[in-house]
Unconditional design. Structure first.
Length: 284
């Protein structure tokens, strides 16, 4: 019997998962390395869609201590990947919302104390390792800065040029039309259609103060279409891209979830994702 791989991945979503990485991983505080290791793990706590780093306690150039501060409330932001995907936590859910058994710890360096920045899982397969709060440190893989979160080795982004006609409309108003798009294929997400600015009616859009970053693509700014209740932050463009996403720099993309998207003359169904509402997660 054949196996659909996405179903295998979804079936493990409620579990604590890990994967070794061969990359040199460094965690920096104030310009000094508190971790420099070739033995890091990528760890996904149950219901988490993005990984974070775990390191051997022996590779940590800092002390671990019981927390000095009382734990605060960490809001939980739920989502589903598609109509049939399992419930999960989107990346807006902070590090302190742990879904596996374990112990929270402060990370203490000679010059700083990072409250509850480490988590020691109770799982025997991760014995001797602590998971570190990504946002508490500056990270390098080899000599490259890592932003947002570590890249998932089972997650891929491919970009392909396409001459297929693409039209974007909202409430009957055409906002973009092109035959020169760049199609971005990302694991378990809808195809995204990046369009040349010359083919987008930017005069109908307003620049938004919203900014996000993506560890696969770069830093994005957003646009709002004020003519629709659903139009807040409805489109974005990567003003600064990472090398793997240079093809989409400066191009404009609309959320398929909230526009009428016609591709090759066929109106596309609106996918169900965490971005189906204007208040969806920050990064994309």
């Amino acid at each position: 019997m054949a196996t659909k791989l996405s179903e295998v991945l979804f079936s493990k979503f409620p579990d604590l998962r890990y994967q070794p990485t061969a990359k040199r991983v460094r965690a920096m505080v104030g310009g000094s390395a508190v971790v420099d290791t070739l033995q890091a793990l990528l760890v996904w706590e149950p219901k988490r869609v993005t990984p974070i780093y775990a390191v051997s306690e022996g590779d940590l150039r800092a002390e671990l201590a019981p927390p000095e501060q009382q734990a605060g409330d960490v809001p939980e932001h739920g989502f589903r990947l598609g109509r049939e995907g399992p419930p999960g936590l989107d990346p807006r859910t902070g590090f302190g919302r742990h879904t596996a058994a374990g112990e929270e710890l402060d990370v203490v360096t000679p010059n700083a104390r990072l409250p509850r920045a480490a988590f020691r899982p109770a799982d025997p397969d991760l014995a001797g390792y602590v998971v570190l709060d990504f946002n508490a440190f500056d990270w390098l893989e080899d000599d490259e800065e890592i932003i947002g979160h570590p890249r998932d080795p089972f997650h891929r982004v491919d970009i392909r040029a396409s001459s297929v006609p693409v039209e974007v409309a909202v409430d009957g108003v055409t906002l973009a039309s092109t035959t020169s798009g760049q199609l971005l294929y990302e694991t378990m997400l809808p195809v995204r259609y990046y369009l040349p600015r010359a083919d987008v009616r930017l005069e109908l859009l307003q620049e938004s103060p919203k900014r996000t970053l993506c560890p696969y693509k770069g830093r994005a700014s957003y646009y709002t279409y004020p003519g629709s209740e659903e139009g807040r932050n409805i489109a974005w463009a990567y003003d600064s891209t990472l090398p793997d996403a240079s093809q989409i720099q400066g191009l404009v993309c609309f959320f398929n979830e909230r526009v009428d998207l016609t591709v090759g003359g066929v109106l596309q169904p609106r996918p169900v994702t965490p971005w189906s509402r204007p208040s969806g997660p920050g990064g994309l």
